[in-house]
Design a binder for this molecule. Structure first.
Ligand SMILES: [Zn+2]
Length: 179
């Protein structure tokens, strides 16, 4: 277990071990999504038995929609698969290669997802790529109040490498021009 992992509950080592395995797998798969035109983020929704419900990459560029972050896409796919707008009765967990941005935190809150596990923290995403992840005051605490577990900084090194490669390959940082 990595010592820099943070959580908004007492760390459950079984849940964390499962998250490390899934997030490392997502980081390994992500370069092939990027090669096909996706943005550098991948998210997956799993049920409590460890079955994959949905897995989606960021598709802002290839689908021409600023909302299409990996988390939003994965939640949408999970809701479609389960034919509901309320995932809360399914006890689902979202795993994502980097910390959710301000939009995705809202998307997660509205979906009924019960737990979030992420790889690279926003501060490092911003340093490496220049993406603006937004302002997110006390989100661990706010999620805790709403019964949503959050674990972060999982398999960070592998995730940073994918983002560094995205930048060094000259891929697009797709956000509004603020000049
Ligand atoms: Zn996002």
């Amino acid at each position: 277990m990595q010592k820099d992992v943070i959580a908004n509950e007492e760390i459950n080592t079984a849940k964390l071990a499962q998250a490390e395995k899934i997030i490392l797998q997502l980081q390994q798969e992500l370069p092939s999504y990027i090669a096909n035109g996706s943005g550098p983020f991948l998210a997956a929704v799993y049920d409590e038995k460890g079955n994959l419900v949905a897995k989606e990459a960021n598709s802002v560029i290839n689908e021409g929609c600023s909302h299409n972050h990996a988390e939003m896409n994965a939640i949408k796919a999970a809701e479609k698969a389960l034919q509901t707008y309320d995932l809360s009765t399914y006890n689902l967990s979202l795993y994502v290669t980097a910390e959710p941005c301000m939009m995705c935190l809202g998307g997660i809150m509205w979906s009924g997802i019960k737990a979030v596990y992420y790889g690279v923290p926003s501060e490092r995403v911003e340093q490496i790529t220049g993406f603006d992840e937004g302002f997110k005051p006390n989100w661990f605490e706010e999620f805790q109040k709403r019964g949503i577990s959050a674990y972060g900084n999982i398999a960070v090194k592998a995730g940073e490498k994918v983002l560094q490669d995205y930048v060094s390959d000259g891929k697009t940082v797709y956000q509004p021009n603020r000049e």
